[in-house]
Design a binder for this molecule. Structure first.
Ligand code: SF4
Length: 235
């Protein structure tokens, strides 16, 4: 999506009328994943930033919510939503119109107190996962120095212990990094810890990423079935 843009209304699988919004100027993120659909991270950070465009963005968002019948706003930027220091204001504007909020993040910052307040106001949060080991985490997701895979998982696990909304775990399967049977066993262990309400399983599909990291449709389907079984056993 374009910087500070508000998308057109579409209907999702639950028949909600949805708009996607991007409250970032470019890819701000604490990771720099080799499979990122937005290219290289422009600002690698876990801090928040004050963007001058936000006053106009908030006005435009409010106008849109006034004008159109919308059930859900999906905060779905090309980067890390939590890098914007006005996220509370964004959510307050949406809630003023009794509209549900869904937010996506890589999930590493979920257990930080300053972000928990924001995330707890959202009806749905999406955290992401792509690998199952420290080595592959460092290699494929190139996080900020000092970040560890164990902390990544435990941050999502601890956040979800207190979160009352719907936690969706978005799992990206990478060829040669997270598509083996051994990986499946590790994913299942992680799912048991995080206890998501729903799992989305995908693989890179953009042309420039597909060849290096994408897996075939049949294997993806099989993995999806296995991981959803893990969630069902949990329930
Ligand atoms: S966490 Fe998401 S936005 Fe950030 S670099 Fe990785 S794929 Fe891109």
């Amino acid at each position: 999506m374009k910087a500070f843009s508000i998308g057109k209304v579409y209907v999702n699988e639950n028949m909600d009328r949805v708009i996607d919004i991007n409250p970032l100027p470019e890819n701000y993120c604490s990771f720099d994943c080799v499979f990122c659909p937005f290219g290289r991270t422009q600002v690698k950070t876990d801090q928040t930033f004050d963007f001058k465009e936000m006053e106009t963005f908030l006005c435009n968002l409010e106008e849109r919510l006034k004008d159109k019948a919308i059930d859900l706003v999906f905060i779905n930027p090309d980067g890390e939503s939590l890098a914007n220091d006005r996220m509370l204001d964004v959510i307050r504007v949406i809630k003023k119109y009794a509209v549900k909020v869904k937010i996506i993040s890589n999930g590493y910052l979920f257990n930080r107190e300053e972000y928990k307040e924001i995330l707890n106001l959202c009806d749905e949060v999406i955290g992401e996962l792509a690998v199952t080991s420290e080595e592959n985490f460092q290699k494929t997701q190139r996080p900020l120095r000092g970040y560890t895979f164990e902390e990544y998982v435990s941050n999502m696990e601890n956040f979800n212990k207190q979160y009352k909304g719907k936690f969706i775990l978005d799992v990206t399967i990478l060829k040669n990094y997270s598509d083996s049977n051994e990986n499946m066993e590790r994913f299942k262990e992680i799912i048991k810890r995080i206890k998501p309400d729903e799992i989305i399983v995908q693989t890179p599909e953009d042309d420039h990423l597909k060849e290096a990291f994408g897996i075939d449709a049949a294997r993806l389907k099989e993995i999806e079935k296995q991981l959803n079984l893990a969630i069902a056993i949990e329930e």
